[in-house]
Ligand binder design. Structure first.
Ligand code: GLU
Length: 488
């Protein structure tokens, strides 16, 4: 179908503005809130908030076989997590089926639609003929011009779409796009069982909800021409369209699971990203403001426009998302982070944390978060605080301990045990004094100390480690490695 469309990449009309802006996010609840849907929601949210307008949520649950309550919950949960609040009640499309059917009846009464009695066999024959002639298949129903049908016989209702001329959409992202009306057909509004089609429901709901701007994926661009024909048949106000290029994988191919086409819950739960990082990343995935990479919600709301939505598909880049997440981790409040990290620590430790341990985790955040890109990395970095007896020692740390000069750890342990107070000043003085006595650089001493106290070669600064562990645990761990490796 894409070949049916001529695009003029230069034409763009100015953006309509005003407080009467109404946008909507209209997901089909057939799966999780995937990352592309989340971006569509974000763009609609930002556009509405930028203009002081309204952002609405409509659940398109007319596909009864595929729509599930679990998917509805996942969508709402995902939007709440991303802090994309919507105005008014959530609209459920299926509940409005009577209204959709009433509009079809109105179109019939106005002569803008007709009852079509083509059978499945007749349609199949038309399709086969088109295939034989290598022509695109378009329904040309003889019932368009007949009025002798019997409404008690099963039939569908089709729009009497214009056949001459062309339709041009001044799309805010794609520019002017024109389709010849001859390319479109009289699409179905009501199926033979009387249920409305997607095409009808979307148009009626957008109209009734007062939607002024339809911002969605460009996989819906072809639908827009049909929807416009329907809007014109009803004499309704035409919305402004903005069809945003879809997200591709890092290799340029269509986004698949491997590329990150996952539910936003996976970004939260499995990958450990913060919502502000995901929002910032999604914003930059298809929209730009000069060279700015780190953009707060406030700035985004102030700056967002459709003119700077890119026209080519953006590529998903986990590295960028990670870097943004690292930034927002460093910015985040310590108590909030500790609450997010605690369940991950508990999972790794295989036990619940005590209140005192949770308090330690909060105190540790300041030194843990600069070293991490995800919540899982923060949790992993925190593990030394909650493991013990015996402390697991990784391979690299074991090497460091083996290579430590004989008696070094015993000597520093003795100095530390003699301290009156376990403060940063006293600890610093004791460790420095030992480094001098042993004629070693501070780094040479910090390595074995770190390995003994954390079982790792990477950790927060050594004085932070000593303070976070406290005197008793620190001394016990140092005592435990005096003769490292035991029995080797
Ligand atoms: N329910 C459609 C979808 O999830 C969106 C319809 C629209 O935005 O017009 O793809």
């Amino acid at each position: 179908m894409a070949t049916d469309i001529e695009t003029d990449m230069t034409a763009k009309t100015p953006e309509a503005t005003g407080a009467d802006v109404v946008t909507r996010f209209a997901p089909s609840p057939t799966g999780f809130l995937h990352i592309g849907g989340a971006r569509t929601a974000l763009f609609n949210w930002l556009f509405a908030r930028h203009h002081g307008g309204k952002f609405l949520l409509r659940i398109e649950d007319t596909d009864r076989a595929r729509s599930t309550d679990a998917a509805i919950d996942a969508i709402i949960d995902g939007m709440q997590w991303l802090d994309l609040d919507w105005d008014g009640e959530t609209v459920f499309q299926f509940a409005r089926a009577d209204r959709h059917a009433a509009v079809a009846a109105e179109l019939l009464a106005k002569g803008e639609a007709y009852r079509c009695y083509l059978t499945q066999d007749e349609l199949a024959a038309m399709r086969a003929e088109a295939q034989e002639k290598r022509l695109p298949f378009r329904v040309r129903s003889p019932w368009r011009d007949r009025s002798d049908g019997d409404p008690s016989i099963p039939h569908v209702v089709r729009l009497r779409a214009p056949q001459e001329g062309a339709v041009t959409i001044a799309d805010k992202v794609q520019g002017e796009v024109t389709v010849q009306n001859a390319e479109l057909d009289d699409f179905v509004l009501l199926r033979s069982d009387g249920t409305p089609t997607y095409m009808l429901s979307v148009v009626v709901d957008d109209n009734d909800m007062g939607v002024t701007h339809v911002i969605r994926g460009d996989d819906h661009l072809n639908n827009a021409f049909r929807q416009l024909a329907l809007i014109r048949a009803m004499g309704w106000r035409e919305p402004t369209y903005a069809h945003v290029p879809l997200i591709h994988g890092a290799d340029g191919a269509k986004l698949s699971k491997r590329h990150g086409a996952l539910g936003v819950d996976a970004y939260r739960d499995e990958m450990g990203y913060l919502p502000e990082a995901v929002n910032n990343y999604l914003l930059r995935l298809g929209w730009g403001h000069g060279d700015d990479e780190i953009i707060s919600r406030e700035q985004a709301t102030e700056w967002f426009d459709l003119a700077h939505v890119g026209r080519s598909p953006s590529r998903f880049d986990f590295k960028k998302l990670e870097n943004l997440n690292g930034h927002y981790l460093r910015e985040a409040d310590d108590a909030r982070l500790a609450a997010l990290v605690a369940p991950r620590v508990e999972k790794l430790a295989g036990r619940a944390l005590t209140d005192a341990e949770r308090a330690t985790l909060t105190r540790a955040m300041e030194s843990l978060k600069p070293r991490a890109k995800t919540l899982d990395e923060v949790a992993d970095g925190a593990m030394f605080l909650f493991q013990g007896d015996p402390l697991p020692v990784d391979e690299k740390a074991a090497e460091v301990l083996k290579a430590a000069p004989e008696g070094l750890l015993a000597a520093v342990t003795q100095r530390l045990r003699g301290l009156d107070q376990w403060t940063i000043e006293e600890l610093d003085a004791a460790v420095r004094a030992e480094a001098e006595a042993a004629e070693l650089g501070l780094g040479k001493l910090a390595g074995p100390l770190r390995a003994a106290l954390t079982g790792r070669t990477v950790s927060p600064g050594i004085f932070d480690v000593l303070l976070l562990l406290g005197r008793d645990v620190s001394l016990a761990r140092l005592d435990a490695v005096q003769h490292y490796p035991a029995g080797a």
